[in-house]
Design a protein around this ligand. Structure first.
Ligand SMILES: [Zn+2]
Length: 138
């Protein structure tokens, strides 16, 4: 079997990182909302302090957390590091899957890794009170 073109491989890993960040944003929402029986898909993300619905710019994974200096743009309330940590772990799972697994096993490995991430997040949230920080209620 011929080795993949390095440019193609790098592009695929960058694409998987971006997809991993976006999926990670959703996974963080799942971990935070599922135990509270809150809607996961139909409800827009909002500031846990003032309740303001987040704008699309504020939903960009990791970047918005850094640009906003970990604070809500409207009320200044702290935004938990839980979000970027889950987003980065999700991106890591995606890149590692694409890097080390052949197709289509990479997709299966990535989905399995994301499931482990959600279950691990739920377990940590259950057994370590306050583990997501004060800015991670919704
Ligand atoms: Zn706010």
């Amino acid at each position: 079997m011929q080795a993949p073109d390095p440019d193609y491989r790098l592009a695929l890993e960058l694409l998987s990182a971006v997809v991993g960040l976006m999926v990670g944003s959703f996974l963080a929402t799942v971990v935070l909302r599922l135990p509270k029986n809150l809607p996961i898909v139909l409800d827009r993300s909002a500031c846990p302090h003032c309740g303001r619905t987040l704008t699309p710019i504020e939903l960009i994974p990791v970047v918005s957390w850094i640009v906003l200096r970990r604070r809500c743009r409207a009320c200044g309330g702290p935004i938990s590091a839980f979000y970027p940590v889950v987003e980065l772990l999700s991106a890591l799972v995606a890149v590692a899957s694409v890097h080390w697994m052949p197709w289509p096993g990479a997709i299966v490995a990535c989905l399995a890794g994301w499931c482990v991430l959600v279950v691990g997040g739920l377990v940590i949230r259950k057994w370590v009170p306050g583990s997501a920080g004060p800015g991670a209620q919704i």
